[in-house]
Design a protein around this ligand. Structure first.
Ligand SMILES: Nc1ncnc2c1ncn2[C@@H]1O[C@H](COP(=O)(O)OP(=O)(O)OP(=O)(O)O)[C@@H](O)[C@H]1O
Length: 285
């Protein structure tokens, strides 16, 4: 079954053609990487799939077989479909002053009555589910801490826990590791891969470094100037091929050092870098 179907998606911002006739289909249970140099349209595509933005005339997006938007208008099922999609961003994933557990519980706001959400009235079962979700991502001990006290990697994992509590079927992760040091980045990618495998959650993750795509995703979709220029096995994205696709801009897609193979022994994680660090810290100088 198809999780995400995008047909002829175009988006113009003034004179800038951010997306130009994007076609792609992602099956349920797939974990797919989206790569592209800066400004290639990754975030714009993610925002459209999340239902946060509407495409231009002629565009069609279907989520789980239902029309999410067509010709710049949202479909009738839009509200329900929003609940099926969990979104995490590079930053600003959590409300800093609230405890982590409350942030995670925000995942169920779409399913409970407005008054319960407004007053933060959550049942014992819901709180237990939130702590279990934090356990799934490896950080149950931070449940009662303020979100602002978490490292960047922990914040991303808490945001993933929120999507588990939301029971979303699709997870869109827009550059979730761009602000993290390599050890924290791998942990976040490990968690994404784990919930993809064990929960069957469809994952679309945009990445700046193609190495992570090669290690974690069988399939990569590459964007350039708002168009899909490659859609196929991540293994095929050799450095030479990347240069063919992106020219000099390919340098920003390659890490200076090789990543260990998944599951290979890794050095102990150093302390996670605090969230809010400047974007693209993994780029070569
Ligand atoms: N709201 C907007 N208004 C005007 N232009 C926009 C808007 N959003 C995106 N763009 C432009 O569309 C193009 C694609 O932007 P987008 O953020 O999707 O790229 P990206 O691949 O995610 O880049 P990065 O890796 O740097 O985040 C860029 O030229 C950007 O300036």
């Amino acid at each position: 079954m198809t999780a995400i179907a995008v047909e002829n998606l175009s988006k113009r911002f003034g004179r800038k053609q951010a997306l130009a006739g994007v076609d792609l289909t992602i099956g349920r249970g797939e974990m797919v990487a989206l790569i592209g140099a800066s400004g290639s349209g990754k975030s714009t595509l993610m925002r459209h799939i999340a239902g946060l933005e509407r495409g231009d005339a002629g565009s069609l997006i279907e989520i789980l077989g239902n029309v999410q938007q067509r010709d710049g208008r949202y479909g009738a099922d839009m509200r329900n479909l929003r609940g099926d999609i969990g979104v995490i961003f590079q930053q600003f994933n959590l409300v800093a002053r609230l405890p982590v557990i409350t942030n995670v519980l925000c995942g169920i706001l779409g399913r409970i009555s407005a008054w319960r959400g407004t007053f933060g009235f959550f049942t014992r079962a819901e709180r237990i589910a939130a702590i279990e979700a934090l356990g799934r991502v490896g950080i149950p001990e931070v449940a009662w801490q303020r979100a602002s006290t978490l490292s960047g990697g922990q914040q991303q994992r808490a945001a993933i826990a929120r999507t588990l509590v939301q029971r979303s079927k699709i997870l869109l992760a827009d550059e979730p590791i761009a602000s993290l040091d390599p050890a924290s980045a791998r942990r976040v990618m490990d968690v994404l891969a784990d919930i993809n495998r064990s929960e069957g959650m469809t994952v679309l993750v945009s990445l700046h470094q193609v190495e992570y795509a090669r290690v974690y995703c069988d399939r990569t979709i590459a964007l350039r100037d708002g168009k899909v220029v490659y859609d196929g096995p991540s293994d095929a994205l050799s450095d030479t091929f990347l240069t063919e696709l992106y020219g000099a801009a390919s340098e920003e897609l390659v890490l200076p050092q090789k990543l260990p193979v998944r599951g290979e022994a890794r050095p102990a994680e150093t302390s996670d870098r605090r969230a809010g660090v400047r974007k693209k810290t993994l780029q070569p100088a």
